[in-house]
Design a protein around this ligand. Structure first.
Ligand code: 13P
Length: 284
């Protein structure tokens, strides 16, 4: 298959009442793993990476490899830039063949964020590329994740409406009590806020960053109220890291190819679980 624009997956999900899981991947093995599990489960899927991962392979290298690998799978999938931190990085991903880009200026003043995203939309839409923006700011709850800064700012309905009207983004990441990283106490999602935002911008698929650790009940309710994309990174990284730690504690020598094989295998149940939980299984 060829990667498709992300908005095609999200429109379908919004219309049918499920969400598309968006998994953070950082090399050929993690990418292959996600695409293989999604294929086995007949699920649409988004694979994404951003500045934290693109230090391993730059956008051209990563996309070249990903586009080649995708030919072996036949599910609808999008290749997405997550938390792009500069227009240059967005340009590089567009040139490399990403089918969706996020420029995350959510920690900046409204006007700067909105103007920059409008520029990205003008650049991306003529090329058929999807654009995600974030209004309000999704912070983080640990010092391990590289995404988000310390504090969150909740999204207001007024800002969501004004931002959408100004930018024309295809997907809107919102802050409703969610956060990146490993929750140490249960998140308190503000469902009334989510409902009001969805009501105010009904045609824009909403994105929940910080998926890892979201209780199932909350996830189902959020999807019912307009969340069409759920981002997952920490759960995958934890599965891999725990496997490596266990191997080390068992006294294994961490011969890297063998250790990596086991740790990548440990990600499989995580991907399966998220595909089931979002309702994406069987939709492809
Ligand atoms: P988690 O690491 O909390 O799953 O968040 C991932 C994310 O939102 C990536 O953008």
């Amino acid at each position: 298959m060829k990667f498709v624009p992300m908005h095609e997956l999200l429109q379908q999900a919004s219309a049918s009442g499920y969400a598309v899981p968006s998994f953070c991947v950082w090399n050929a093995e993690t990418l292959q793993n996600v695409l293989r599990v999604a294929t086995d489960m007949r699920a649409p899927v988004i694979v994404m990476n951003g500045p934290g991962e693109l230090s391993l392979l730059n956008p051209a290298e990563f996309a070249g490899m990903a586009i080649e690998m995708a030919k072996r799978f036949d599910i609808p999938a999008a290749l997405h830039l997550d938390h792009g931190d500069s227009v240059q990085l967005v340009d590089d991903c567009v040139a490399a063949g990403y089918t969706s880009v996020m420029l995350d200026y959510s920690a900046r003043p409204f006007a700067e964020n909105a103007d920059a995203l409008r520029h990205v939309v003008e650049l991306a839409h003529p090329r058929g590329i999807t654009v995600e923006g974030e209004i309000g700011h999704v912070g983080k709850v640990d010092n391990i994740t590289t995404e988000g800064t310390g504090d969150s700012t909740l999204t207001t309905t007024e800002d969501a409406v004004a931002y959408q009207a100004h930018t024309g983004v295809d997907a809107l990441a919102i802050s409703i009590g969610n956060a990146h990283g490993q929750y140490t106490k249960l998140p308190q999602l503000d469902f009334a806020r989510l409902e009001a935002i969805h009501h105010a911008v009904p045609n824009v698929p909403l994105v929940l960053h910080g998926g890892s650790g979201t209780p199932d009940e909350d996830l189902q309710r959020a999807i019912l109220l307009g969340i069409a994309k759920v981002n997952v990174a920490t759960d995958l990284v934890s599965a891999m890291r725990n496997s490596l730690l266990e191997q080390w504690q068992r006294g294994e020598n961490l011969w890297v190819p063998a250790a990596l094989t086991l740790s990548i295998d440990a990600m499989v149940p995580v991907v399966e679980r998220w595909i089931r939980r979002t309702g994406a299984a069987g939709r492809a």
